[in-house]
Design a protein around this ligand. Structure first.
Ligand SMILES: Cc1cc2nc3c(=O)[nH]c(=O)nc-3n(C[C@H](O)[C@H](O)[C@H](O)COP(=O)(O)OP(=O)(O)OC[C@H]3O[C@@H](n4cnc5c(N)ncnc54)[C@H](O)[C@@H]3O)c2cc1C
Length: 380
């Protein structure tokens, strides 16, 4: 399939299955679009990232980024599902899963039957992810896991959780962490939904893990290399988030533009006021810059070039663009945006998550700064 055929099929799917009223209905009713996943699988969307040798379509990341931009522009709720399957689940398995794990999980992930959720964060371990306390100990041939995870998105619907747990002594930090593939129906798992202010179609859960008994083959990747494994695929999830929130920012810009053309005050469209025209011009420039960064990063991924800094930059630029564009959009729409029925308020509420979720921007700026070779601090 050519890129334009892929994008056309995405466009048709979105307009048929998620028209604007349906998006609003789902957001108001907190109804995630899990039911759309099999159709996305049939369209081959989840197979894009999988090499042909593993039964996929072997598409370039540039194609995937364009799909993500489109999904994000139409509805973040469906883009986040795509990212969970492609940017996280499939790329993790393809990068460090065993042949047996790939045989078991890749086909149902590609068909949209199932997905995996990442259960990393804990009450005391947010930005400082290496501070996790969930522990896995050897138990016969397998493992026993105990601990607690917080804010795990889509966990109840996921078939598997990817659970980072401590297998070495606490003082070892990152090297003492391993990854486990944990079926969500394992005895000993309990989930409590957390109330929140946005992303209504992506429910989040607090998870208890009590004596969860796992076979030896639940270990994902190498023992003690869990943190390194997560780092090795971060650029995919950051690229995914950057693309989808850039799509969402384009959507906010288009809503603001229509309103500025149509809303008349003092006998002229409000967009004829220079202050509003300039605000829209700034929004246009920010969204375009964000899109360029997304496509630049996709190009680096396709070349297999190192891109840790660019992935951090793309995530920072895109998420701050969305936050600023939706904030400006709310000002331009004024009461029309403040209405619970407006699409702008949904984008504005949802946008608040992304500057700290999936790596807080303050911490990502450290990643960028580290590559500026500033030298070590005096006395350290
Ligand atoms: C809706 C939602 C969905 C989520 N989904 C998932 C999920 O699916 N899986 C998962 O594992 N986690 C998930 N999370 C957790 C998310 O990844 C964390 O919220 C994020 O890592 C930030 O951690 P924290 O909220 O504990 O903030 P903290 O780490 O406590 O940070 C608080 C503030 O301090 C700043 N800060 C912290 N350290 C530094 C530093 N060294 N330098 C400068 N500033 C610093 C941060 O930038 C932030 O502004 C989700 C969270 C939410 C709200």
């Amino acid at each position: 399939m050519s890129d334009s055929e892929v994008l056309d099929s995405v466009e048709t799917f979105l307009h048929r299955r998620l028209p604007p009223d349906e998006i609003r209905r789902r957001d108001a009713g907190h109804v995630p679009p899990y039911d759309l996943m099999p159709r996305m699988g049939e369209l081959g969307l989840f197979a894009l990232a999988v090499p042909e040798a593993e039964g996929g379509l072997g598409a370039a990341w540039n194609t995937i980024a364009q799909v993500q931009l489109k999904l994000g522009q139409h509805a973040y709720m469906v883009a986040s599902i795509f990212n969970r399957v492609v940017g996280f689940g499939l790329m993790s398995l393809l990068t460090y899963g065993s042949a047996a794990q790939r045989r078991l999980l890749v086909p149902p992930l590609m068909s949209g039957e199932v997905f995996c959720a990442l259960a990393l964060s804990e009450p005391q371990a947010g930005s400082d992810a290496a501070a996790i306390r969930t522990r896995a100990v050897r138990h016969g041939d397998g493992w026993l896991i105990n601990g607690r995870k917080s804010w795990i998105s889509d966990a109840l619907q996921a078939r598997w959780l990817i659970v980072p747990a401590r297998t070495g002594p606490a003082h070892e930090g990152r090297p003492g962490i391993s990854l486990f593939l944990v079926p969500t129906d394992s005895p000993g798992i309990s989930m409590t939904m957390l109330p929140k202010i946005g992303n209504n179609c992506m429910p989040s859960f607090d998870i208890g893990l009590q004596d969860v008994d796992l076979p030896a083959h639940a270990l994902l990747g190498e023992e003690g290399r869990g943190f390194a494994h997560l780092m090795s695929t971060l650029h995919y999830s950051r690229a995914s988030m950057a693309a989808t929130v850039t799509g969402a920012a384009e959507s906010a810009l288009q809503i603001a533009l229509s309103h500025a053309r149509e809303r008349v005050q003092f006998n002229r469209p409000i967009g004829h006021n220079q202050v509003i025209a300039h605000r829209l011009a700034d929004m246009r420039m920010r969204v375009d810059l964000s899109r360029l960064m997304v496509l630049h990063l996709a190009g680096l991924i396709d070349q297999g070039a190192p891109c840790r800094r660019e992935a951090a930059q793309a995530k920072i630029i895109a998420t701050e663009t969305l936050r600023e564009v939706t904030d400006a959009g709310m000002q331009i729409l004024a009461s029309a945006g403040y209405s619970a029925e407006s699409d702008m308020q949904r984008l504005w509420r949802d946008s608040r998550l992304y500057t700290f979720g999936e790596g807080a921007n303050e911490v990502l700026r450290d990643t960028v700064a580290r590559e500026l070779q500033l030298g070590s601090r005096a006395g350290t």
